[in-house]
Design a protein around this ligand. Structure first.
Ligand code: SF4
Length: 220
């Protein structure tokens, strides 16, 4: 199994969490000015300091986008260029209790909006990012603004949001319109209140369809 959370030893002068990109020694600066996490002869360096990754299979690829949490000596692998399943786990909270849920809800959030935005801005042209939970739309307003900011900074980024979709309503149409080209909301839902939820899902889908029709855009 690929480990997405890596522990390291070594000291980094910076104490606040930050975003960086894995690069080779001597490589050109990143076009968007990202911090470098330098890989050289199987060793890693940042800010002139050498880091050792503790996880046995913690081998980073060139081009990976990382979020480093120095106080926890933790590296989160945000984006790996060779895979198409890069996903932000935004929260483990959910307001449903689906029997088939593969990840039963827990009372935990990971709402690093600014770090995610910076990291998403560094994803190469045409890349895809997922957003999952729990239920991401428990933070609907922040989420919608985050999505808008993402595509403002990275115009060709495709974002797939896994959601039960029940929190969208008519007030979200303007924002859904802005997101229509880049963002696909995927629903996966089957609990005992399925009938009520299906009605809500259809209503949400109609909102998206309406948005697409108005602008003559293909609807995902
Ligand atoms: S809505 Fe999704 S995350 Fe929430 S309980 Fe159901 S399957 Fe799990």
């Amino acid at each position: 199994m690929i480990e997405l959370s890596l522990r390291y030893t070594g000291d980094i002068p910076q104490k606040e969490p930050f975003v960086c990109v894995v690069t080779e020694a001597g490589s050109e600066p990143h076009t968007r000015g990202a911090n470098k996490f330098i890989k050289n002869d199987g060793k890693y360096y940042i800010g002139g300091q050498i880091l050792s990754i503790i996880n046995q299979n913690g081998i980073l690829e060139i081009g990976e986008i990382l979020i480093v949490f120095p106080n926890e000596k933790l590296i989160q692998r945000f984006y790996r260029p060779k895979v198409n399943g890069n996903t932000i786990l935004l929260t483990e909270k959910c307001d449903q209790v689906c029997m088939m849920c593969s990840q039963p809800p827990k009372n935990k959030d990971y709402l690093h909006w600014d770090l995610y935005l910076e990291a998403a801005s560094l994803i190469p042209d045409g890349g895809t990012l997922g957003i999952s939970g729990g239920e991401p739309t428990l933070y609907k307003n922040q989420l919608l603004q985050f999505l808008i900011d993402c595509i403002e900074l990275n115009k060709n980024l495709q974002i797939n949001v896994l959601t039960n979709a029940q929190h969208f309503d008519e007030n979200d149409i303007d924002k859904l319109l802005i997101l229509n080209k880049n963002v696909l909301c995927c629903t996966s839902f089957a609990n005992v209140r399925v009938l009520r939820m299906q009605v809500l899902h259809i209503r949400t889908k109609l909102l998206v369809l309406l948005a697409g029709a108005e602008f003559g855009q293909p609807v995902p």
